[in-house]
Design a binder for this molecule. Structure first.
Ligand code: GAL
Length: 423
């Protein structure tokens, strides 16, 4: 073979190889053009029941589509990110970020943006066509000074009242409580039967309970106003909410502090407790436990919050100084895709952030949530980072910790007033 012929042959082979590569990518139907290499380290707090299962769905797609890349799951256990956020803060301070980390849309995300820890990802939004498929109200929560900073994978609902149809029947509660007086009457009936009226777990689950009681008491407009500058936390609506919270706590299990959110939710599907107020990740957990909606568990909204959707959203970021930036970008692209969101959310117990989900893939509870998200009044969650940043949340945590000990309403309210003032 002479040299010219050899070069031509090499060129033909290269073109052939390229054609095969393009054809394979096109037939895979994934619209991907590259596959990641190297290690991708992803940080979250999804290690527990229902949560790890959701994450694993996305990891499986990642592994299939990026066989050359090693996925490092850096999840730190602890519901609501109670432990994870502290570990993350240390890593960010040491300039050793994971390649992508979980952050709640809203005030929590802004903490990282303001600290200069995230890259804006507007170019990725353009490239992936994401702005068109995400709801406007969600985009506004991940935009800061005109730039976008994360890819949301889901929307969770915080103000859900989960109940055991079996316990309600035993206790003679014939109607799922929708108002505060109905709720009080149901709790009393269950208590009289010697069962747990309202299951709660470790402190953050009680803060979650408190934010829903606050919403139920002051209503969506005043609740939202409480998180704005100069809000009046001294108002009697807040006093009433704290008093109601104090009363509700008298109907809870005494071992709360040692229970995770899963332990507390499980008391409902095991028919040991009547109610649990928890985000709809509980629906993901119940699905993992193979419990059937409407049979093993029922749901309503927290009494008094009927047409309000108290929401939060898990989103993933591109930290400045990510070790494997190209892989992190591929990860964000995958998270924003319909195929990833429709694989993750039915298992995680959330509705997808994208507007084009396939409702058939979602269980009865989630189908109802998909509807409610479109029609209900939206308010953000406190415990899950939408309305208050990490510092404000920590101050409220401190105040709540004391309140759970001394049950001093006036003192708690005063501390809430100071926390708002400091924020
Ligand atoms: C929330 C998070 C949810 C769920 C929950 C319990 O903060 O947004 O995805 O994980 O904590 O851990």
């Amino acid at each position: 073979m002479n040299r010219t012929y050899g070069r031509r042959w090499a060129l033909v082979s290269a073109l052939l190889a390229l054609t095969v590569l393009v054809a394979t990518t096109a037939t895979a139907g994934t619209a991907r053009t590259t596959a990641a290499t190297g290690t991708l380290e992803v940080f979250s707090w999804w290690t527990g029941g229902g949560e790890a299962a959701g994450l694993n769905k996305v990891i499986a797609i990642w592994k299939a589509e990026n066989p050359e890349s090693k996925f490092e799951n850096a999840a730190v256990a602890g519901g609501a990110g109670t432990n994870a956020k502290a570990v993350l803060a240390q890593r960010l301070a040491a300039k050793d970020p994971p390649d992508s980390f979980q952050g709640h849309a809203g005030a929590e995300l802004q903490d990282y943006i303001k600290a200069g820890q995230l890259e804006p990802i507007d170019a990725l939004y353009r490239q992936f066509g994401l702005a068109k498929v995400l709801p406007k109200q969600l985009l506004s929560q991940i935009t800061y000074k005109g730039h976008l900073y994360s890819v949301p994978v889901n929307i969770h609902r915080a103000n859900v009242l989960w109940y055991s149809p079996v316990v309600l029947k035993n206790a003679g509660v014939t109607k799922v409580p929708a108002t505060w007086p109905q709720f009080m009457s149901a709790l009393q009936k269950v208590k009289a039967k010697g069962l747990i009226p309202l299951a709660v777990g470790e402190q953050w689950t009680q803060k979650h309970l408190f934010e829903t009681v606050l919403l139920a008491t002051v209503g969506p407009a005043r609740y939202t106003a409480l998180w704005k500058k100069g809000a009046n936390w001294k108002n009697p609506g807040v006093t009433l909410a704290i008093n109601r919270f104090k009363t509700v706590l008298t109907y809870t299990n005494s071992d709360a502090a040692s229970l995770t959110w899963q332990d507390a939710s499980k008391l409902v599907v095991n028919h040991q407790a009547a109610f649990n107020i928890m985000g709809d990740w509980a629906n993901g957990y119940f699905t993992e436990l193979k419990k059937k909606p409407k049979i093993d568990y029922g749901w309503g909204t927290v009494p008094g919050t009927g047409k309000t959707y108290q929401w939060l959203s898990d989103s993933f970021t591109l930290p400045k100084g990510a070790h494997n930036r190209p892989a992190a970008i591929e990860w964000l692209k995958l998270l924003g895709s319909k195929r990833a969101q429709d694989a993750f959310n039915p298992v995680k117990g959330s509705i997808p952030a994208r507007k084009d989900a396939d409702p058939k893939l979602y269980n009865e509870y989630l189908q109802s949530a998909l509807q409610s998200w479109k029609t209900h009044t939206l308010v953000g969650s406190l415990t899950h980072g939408v309305v208050a940043n990490n510092k404000w949340n920590s101050e409220i945590d401190g105040a709540l910790g004391l309140f759970l000990q001394d049950k001093n309403v006036a003192k708690f309210q005063q501390k809430l007033v100071s926390a708002a003032g400091n924020a």
